[in-house]
Design a binder for this molecule. Sequence first.
Ligand code: AZC
Length: 833
Amino acid sequence: GSTTDRITILEKIPPVANPLAKDPAAIASNINYHAHYSPHFSPYKFEPEQAFYATAESVRDQLIKQWNDTYCHYHKVNPKQTYYLSMEYLQGRALTNAVGNLDVQDAYADALKQLGYALEEITEQEKDAALGNGGIGRLASCFLDSMATLSLPAWGYGLRYRYGLFKQLMTKTGQEEIAEDWLEKFSPWEIPRHDVVFPIRFFGQVEVNPNGSRKWIGGEVIQAVAYDVPIPGYKTKNTNSLRLWEAKARAEDFNLFEFNDGKYESAALLHSRAQQAKSNATEDGKLLRLEQQYFLCSASLQDIITRFKERLDGKDKIMWSEFPSKVAVQLNDTHPTLSIPELMRLLMDDEGLGWDEAWDITNRTIAYTNHTVLPEALEKWSQTVMWKLLPRHMEIIEEIDKRFIKMIQSTKPELEGKISDLLILDNNPQKPVVRMANLCVVSAHTVNGVAQLHSDILKAELFSDYVKVWRTKFQNKTNGITPRRWLKFCNPELSSIITKWLKTDQWVNNLDLLVNLRQFADSSVLQAEWESAKLASKQRLAHYVLQVTGVSIDPNSLFDIQIKRIHEYKRQLMNILGAVYRYKKLKEMSPEERKKTTPRTIMIGGKAFATYTNAKRIVKLVSDVGAVVNTDPEVNSFLKVIFVPNYNVSVAEVLIPGSELSQHISTAGMEASGTSNMKFALNGCLIIGTLDGANVEIREEIGQENFFLFGATADEVPRLRKEREQGLFKPDPRFEEAKQFIKSGAFGSYDYNPLLDSLEGNSGFGRGDYFLVGYDFPSYMDAQARVDEAYKDRKKWTKMSILSTAGSGKFSSDRTIGQYAKEIWKIDECRLP
Ligand code: AZC
């Protein structure tokens, strides 16, 4: 309807500020209340955007009620509580998830209908909250959902970045980054806590008191203010908190900022990612990142200690030894490592504890998760920078290191020769650094990897010498994904079929129940329903692709998807080389031969880090290949190649349900886990992949006959790399042909040589093909040929698809979080009555 129509509708409905409205009419009144009395926009407009904000605020009021009740309940029971510290969260949109978890989806849909809107139209208005880059951030968000759903006393802590992950625009030159100001209008989901404020110091010096105690003074102090995002659980009233810290300067601190030399600006911009992206390669950018990390750690630990004291309730003496039985801190990768010296500092310098007691508490409180073995992702901070920014923390780190060596020398003399690798401080005079992963392993009570293979590699390689010191410190916690967002809400068609066949919707919080689908995998009735659900999702996906790229794709072709950050180890380059080869062969075929092939639509999406040149070249290559293939009338009904722009959580929610084949093709040993592989498998999409990360376990669960496997295994990789480098390896003709075709200019005149040269052995321009694309290419192409054959037998394919979903139960983040709770955090559920 028109604006006037909408206003007329609003005038007929009384605005009511009832935060607990449950029936559609009352909800409509409540939405109308927000449209009228919310200060954010005038009541004379009720366009989709205003309708979204009014709806979100109405839902948020319901969340706040539960959030408060949960807070009070935890306060009263005072259970041991987990704090998940992460520099990244990829929350995506919140509205569908909130109404779904509150179980008011239908009521809100009805209410909006009364107001002239469809719920789906309104949910589309929301911007993604993208406070992160990739896997690690999305994992943190899935974990929050499971912690609430399991009614666990567990909160997240993060940063309230002003800018989310950049928006990716595709232009003639490839990827362009645009700042994404996700808070431009405001976020309806956050609740500012003006009373939760902590001072955060930077720079300054250490003062030694006559009694020998030390105190960090001077420097600059900025304020951390809390913003809480309520996290509702599914089928529980428990609503946990994601507390995001915002940097604020207080008037009285202004003189500390040294306005004139630009320091104020950098402090004020503490949370500006655009700034970070621009200067990331420079020392400035690095310093900002370190400041952000410390800001998160210090604010969160001060908050945790404050809550610990508050909940002591009546006991006048603080029993610090009880701290680890009330508090568990999980470090999401090394980014929040400074929590370790910060907790030591707070306990010793502010609370007056001695080293041994503070160390014991810190060790029993903190656990660390490793998410990568890539050397370039293992954080190392310059000691010079650290001494300037955090002088007291550096003293503490030095002391931890000293005591650690002493312990090794007295208890593990056989490791004497390994000490230089085990040390936290790398004192190489050229570039002295702090090795953050070492600090974590030495200090934390538990260290875990994120898939079995990855955890085994950590024990056998990266941390092998530490294993000799602490045998029981190392664990595995295979990642998981939330079945709410990644099946129930994003794929309603398939969800209702599953519920119908299982005769229960219990699978939504007991995903293991999906195995019961196995008995029906041969049923032609289920298969027909399954196929029609898949087709509906494919049509929605085709519509989306048309909207964002202008290219129309055929829902009857095989939908083949690879979506993830663009990285050489993830080998999008192998995928596109395969597409190029396929295109060339199609061109060479007769029209009759072409008709016998399996039509495919290859979709690739993902963001390249702004300064990662080769990743950006890959993006450019994919879009150039698409431009040629998609407009080639001879073949474009048999092959399309699409670069899906601006991949993010909401885009994934459209792509994954519509996928039939997905590619998880990293060089074995390099992808710690992967989590989108789990989302695809859960949605009945078959996987072509290597024995890497969680692929190994997915294949075990769904059956090897339902997985298209290829490629070298992790233990073969080092030897193959050596051979490849030395030129001992003879490339497959198909590999040479695909590269040659690109070089011939078939896809335009852009200079792809730097990219193609990276695939050569070490002679000439070659850079050794470190990621073994050349070695794995032939087995990859063979696996693709098996895919083409399998797709021709649709009954068999659908059965494989059903078995894929049926075998995905293990990959619920409820299972993962249950294991963290029991085996690392030692916390119990604390369910609201
Ligand atoms: C990712 C890993 O690359 C991915 O394999 C894993 O599934 C995910 O974490 C969650 O565990 N890592 C990151 O996103 N970032 C870093 C620094 O490792």
